[in-house]
Structures are given as C-alpha cells and as structure tokens.
Design a protein around this ligand. Structure first.
Ligand code: RP5
Ligand code: MG
Ligand code: MG
Length: 256
C-alpha cells in the first residue's frame, strides 16, 4: 500500500516547526538507489531533549539497536535495520527528506499500540475514533508503548486516556481480555524521519455483549473529540497516518 507518503509530505512544514522536508521522489525512496548529493535537513526538536521518554543524542548514549535494550524495545517488527556511518538507525522503508529524530523520542523504531474497539449496530460495523490535537485528523486512539510497559497494557491505557478521559470502565474488563491482533509493523506517520519511525501493534477488541452501550465516552489527553465511526462498504477518508489501512484490515476481518 501507500506506506511512504505522509512522511514525505513537502507541502506542510514538519509538525510543530517551520522546517520543510527535502523532496524525495518515489523512485529515490530506497537506500539502495544511489543519490550521492542527498543532503536532507537535520532536525531534532529542542523540546524533546532531556525528556524522560526520549533518547539522548547518539554520541551521549549507549544503544543496543535491533535488541531489547533494557526497558526499551529497539527491535523492528519488519527487519534488522541498518545503521549509517554515524551509527544512526536507517528507516527500513527508505528516505523521508529529513534526518535526525524530528519530534520522535527514540532513534530507530518508536513502538506504539492501536486499540480498535468495535461493535455491530443494525448490521453495521462501527469503531471508536478520536480526533487528534496535533493534525486535527480522526484516528484510532493509540499511543506510545512506555519503557517497560507491555503492549496489552498500552492498548488499554491509551484507550482509557484518550476515549474515556482516563476514567476506566469496569464494564470493559472482559473486552480487554479478548483482543485479536490485526497488524504489527511500520506506520506511515507524518513524524517519521530517516533515523526514527513509528511501528505499531493494532489489536481489535470487538464487543459482542453490548457492554459498550453503558460506557461514557469523553475525549482526553491529546484527543479533542471522540465518536463512533460507522463503516459501510466504503472506508472512511483522511484518517491519521496509516490508520485507513488498519481500518481496511478490520473490515476484511469482519467480512466487509
Ligand atoms: C501512530 O501514532 C500510531 O499508529 C499511533 O496511533 C500513534 C501513536 O502516537 P501518539 O498518539 O502517542 O502521538 O503512528
Ligand atoms: Mg496518548
Ligand atoms: Mg495517541
């Protein structure tokens, strides 16, 4: 699919900056295609420096790339990634027109988890979406896996923070026990760079018992709105990052 489009956007500045990516033509994406004078802008947001969830600069840290590095999972779902001459991980899909980490905390893979909470109403499949405050786009209420956290804990925590305004619902406890993994891999996230990128586990929690009818949804954390999205034969347009692809997988999974 279109896995390297949103992270090559040159129309809009990079998030929270006035930096523009170098234009990368589609045929020049793979690192295996020579581009001797490729000199993308090097950009790491000052605001991530020193944050507890962010890595130090390359020269200031010891990194075990492609491994479980203490509490931080630096393994990629897709491959054993390479390092450039400075020891920086290289985006396994290819060039993005921006070097450094941008606003991502980790060098290499930044692991997230995406809970798709769904149900069927009047024969129609629905899922819970939130609106993101950074781009204004609708999205699955996912988030970053914290250091030392399990993916299943992240799925539950992020849904609770973003779609329930951090009020955990007792009624959902059984739902969390029955997740189906739909995807594990790369995300075409607008924050991705040549040296830092998003990967995610997408897990479907499908409500067969009607427990969601009694749950009060309220946007929280970095979500500005929350709603049920009804999926017809047609997929929703303009979801964040690769979330349209994930919803297509969901629809196939439910035979739509
Ligand atoms: C996307 O960014 C993932 O699919 C996930 O939905 C999200 C995680 O980042 P934050 O929501 O924490 O910004 O790539
Ligand atoms: Mg979050
Ligand atoms: Mg989030």
């Amino acid at each position: 699919g279109k896995i390297h489009v949103k992270c090559r956007d040159t129309k809009n500045p990079y998030l929270k900056s006035n930096i523009h990516r170098t234009e990368v033509p589609a045929d020049k994406i793979p690192w295996s295609v020579p581009w001797s004078d490729y000199e993308p802008v090097d950009y790491t947001d000052k605001n991530i420096v020193g944050k507890p969830w962010a890595d130090p600069e390359l020269q200031d840290g010891k990194f075990r790339f492609n491994e479980l590095d203490g509490q931080v999972n630096r393994k990629s779902y897709i491959c054993k990634y390479s390092l450039d001459k400075d020891g920086a991980p290289l985006n396994p899909i290819g060039r993005t027109g921006l070097r450094g980490r941008g606003i991502l905390g980790r060098w290499g893979p930044n692991h997230a988890a995406d809970p798709i909470v769904s149900r069927i109403v009047d024969g129609k499949l629905q899922f819970v979406a939130i609106q993101r405050s950074d781009t204004g786009e609708w999205a699955i209420p996912g988030g970053m896996v914290d250091a030392g956290e399990t993916v299943s804990a992240t799925l539950k925590r992020e849904f609770t923070e973003e779609a329930l305004n951090n009020v955990s619902a007792e009624a959902l406890e059984d739902l969390w026990k029955n997740g189906t993994t739909l995807y594990e891999g790369y995300v075409d996230d607008p924050r991705n760079t040549d040296n830092a990128w998003m990967e995610t586990s997408v897990v479907n929690f499908h409500d067969r018992e009607g427990v969601l009818e009694h749950v009060e949804f309220k946007a929280g954390d970095d979500a500005t709105a929350v709603r049920w999205v009804t999926l017809n034969r047609q997929k929703p347009e303009n979801l964040y990052a690769s979330h349209e692809d994930f919803i297509n997988i969901l629809m196939k999974h439910h035979n739509l």
